[in-house]
Design a protein. Sequence first.
Length: 412
Amino acid sequence: MTMTVRTWVVLLAVAFLFSARAASPTLKLAQETPAALVERQKIEVKEEVTRLLKSGTPRDRAWAAHLCVKHELKEFTPRLIAALDPAGDFPSEEAFIRFTDKPEIAALRLNAPPTDAETKAQLGLKLPTYLANQAILHALIYFKENLPPETAMELRFGHLDAVVILLLRDAKANAKHLLSIFSETPLAPRSIRRAILWSLTEVNAPELAIFLLRQPIRVEIDAVNPPSEKGVPGGIPGGFFGAVILRGNYKIPKDFPLIGFHLIAGDGLPKSGTGTRLVQGKGTIFIQESNCPPDAECRPGALDVWASESEYAYSWSILLDQSPGTSPFADVKGSIPFHSEESFRKSVEEILGQIEKRYDGIKQQLLDQKRITRDEFETIKPDLHLFVSDSRINRSVPLPKFPNRNTTWPLP
């Protein structure tokens, strides 16, 4: 039996197809279903994340966190937490500010000389570890995971936004740590400090009332000429110092991945971009995501520097069931005409006495509400700080002293 040319062509084509399938991995790959392909790729990524975490270098840890977020590998979060390196991060609020802020801004915030080049270079050695830790914290926030509070506190100086966001996941349980951050980072942005107090107010944290009562009360008094005398009337200007400073002033290394930041944005969404609600209630705090690409200057957000009166005012309005406004212990600023040493002393003591009387009334109200204990009620006293300045033309008669008061002479 003879074969036609057409039959031979068909047989040769079939033989070629079978041999090609056996020899070519690309044809085998093409046969995989989309689901199988995705699963195989995920296994390969998991193997790569495992390898990166075993490596332990800051760059590899940053890449591991980045891949976990990109490929939704939430199961790696315990290992990411274990990979955090607080010891290699910035050890203090001052160190972080000196490295991340421009020298003139750091000097302004710290009220100190600008950072010299040698110090900046030494602090720069912390950058790789700082970025690795930041990448991991970003992943934990993305996956809505918790961070052990002890670890969070070790990282608070360089990663304040992320640490506060993670601790606020259970604000009531973490109240002690959050209030410690509030007290130990006085140069923190107002939005962070406000987020802490507002959150603890919303969850009715039992530690909040006594914490507010322990805050210092600043009283500023200026001695001025009496109306019968000519001269500069004097007086202490009111109002608050405010500024907006760009956070961050460093470059992400070329071999690092994109570094993500979650920033506490304040009580309203920024005009550009979107945000996520962090605290809800009568006060609302938002968080906003920002990213810094490799080989580029990192400026993840804006730093708001303001006076802190409104931080306390919101909490006091809730505790005392009052309309939001100013704190009952807002800083007192005023001028007193100087007629004699005795009359000036009496006027100052009257002002301080009125504050102490108001303090005792609020303390009683908090006791009645069971927000403070009887022992706390008996022992807590107002922490008054008296600042005295002298704007008189004729200073032949000295201003009186206040030996039983915490007094600063003259007003700085």
